[in-house]
Write a protein that binds this ligand. Structure first.
Ligand code: CP
Ligand code: NVA
Length: 302
């Protein structure tokens, strides 16, 4: 069993369910989760900005008795000041876990090859697994279960969508993605999600995608690192705003999720994200519970 979490596909259905159950338990009683990090350091390297991931992960480490060491890109300069492998080897001298938010997913892979301590992905160009854990927890709370339910992801087939696809596949949650041509979920991700047992569809029309959906999910049209493409993306995604009309075309009572940060008036209308269907604040709060549960699981299974 892997002690890393580079993406959700490294989990199996039983382990994913155990993590979600533990996240829910820790939410109602944080003391129910053992202090598996007592006396241990946890390094978290950020090559990109973060509000939710940094804060929730740091608090999760503290609640598990550990000491978080937060490092920013300019301090570490992975691959510039020294190799990615040497950064990982250095941090592993002092810390029991290395977590990182990186531009290049391959740098996380390089870390796993260099050291034995668990490597946790705090977002890469390809994946955002801790986000997916919180998303699944939020959906499970709201829908009362995940098996056979349907979520429509509207917009860019990006890192958040890819990790959600794997998580959905492992939980029996159906996923349909609607994206403009050229911005779909990669074929390799769709194939892999299907190999994991998932039902995942890629469409173009957002109205086709939301028909029969119990939840609508969107993310920014321009992810961190793609800022030069912003104007072109705004034009391509103009018809993909999750607004009241799109929400009304989903199942009655459908909820709305967004990993945040959000841009009101772009990928989502203010009326939807600030309206009664929105679960974005419970979803953000669940980031802490998901991170705590994941860290506890990595250590209990060691
Ligand atoms: N959703 C999320 O990862 O938010 P941050 O980029 O603020 O960490
Ligand atoms: N897809 C976004 C998610 C931010 C949490 C990005 O990578 O910037």
């Amino acid at each position: 069993m892997t002690r890393n979490l580079l993406d959700v596909d490294e989990l199996d259905p039983a382990r994913l369910t155990r993590i979600l159950d533990r996240a829910a338990l820790g939410r109602s009683d944080p003391h129910a989760v053992p202090q598996v990090l007592a006396g241990l350091g946890v390094a978290a390297v950020f090559e990109k900005p973060s509000a939710r991931t940094r804060t929730s992960f740091e608090m999760a480490v503290v609640e598990l008795g550990g000491h978080p060491v937060i490092l920013h890109a300019d301090e570490v300069q992975m691959g510039k000041r020294e190799s990615v492998a040497d950064v990982a080897r250095t941090l592993a001298c002092y810390c029991a876990v290395i977590a990182a938010r990186v531009f290049d997913h391959e740098n996380l892979v390089a870390m796993t090859a260099a050291v034995d301590v668990p490597i946790v992905n705090l977002l890469s160009d390809r994946a955002h697994p801790l986000q997916a854990l919180a998303d699944l927890l939020t959906l499970r709370d709201h829908l009362g279960g995940l098996e056979g339910r349907r979520v429509a992801f509207i917009g860019d087939g990006n890192n958040v969508a890819a990790s959600l696809a794997y998580g959905a596949a492992l939980c029996g949650l159906e996923l349909v993605v609607a994206s403009p041509h050229g911005y779909e979920l990669p074929d390799a991700v769709i194939d892999h999600a299907r190999n994991l047992g998932g039902t995942v569809e890629q469409l173009t029309d957002p109205y086709d995608a939301v028909r029969g959906a119990d939840a609508l999910y969107t993310d920014v049209w321009t992810s961190m690192g793609q800022e030069d493409e912003r104007a072109a993306r705004n034009a391509m995604f103009a018809a993909y705003t999750v607004d009241d009309a799109l929400l009304a075309a989903a199942n009655p009572g459908a909820c709305f999720l967004h990993c945040l940060p959000a841009h009101r008036g772009e990928e989502v209308s203010a009326s939807v994200i600030d309206g009664p269907a929105s679960l974005v604040w419970p979803q953000a709060a669940n980031r802490l519970h998901a991170a705590r549960a994941l860290l506890a699981d990595l250590f209990e299974e060691a």
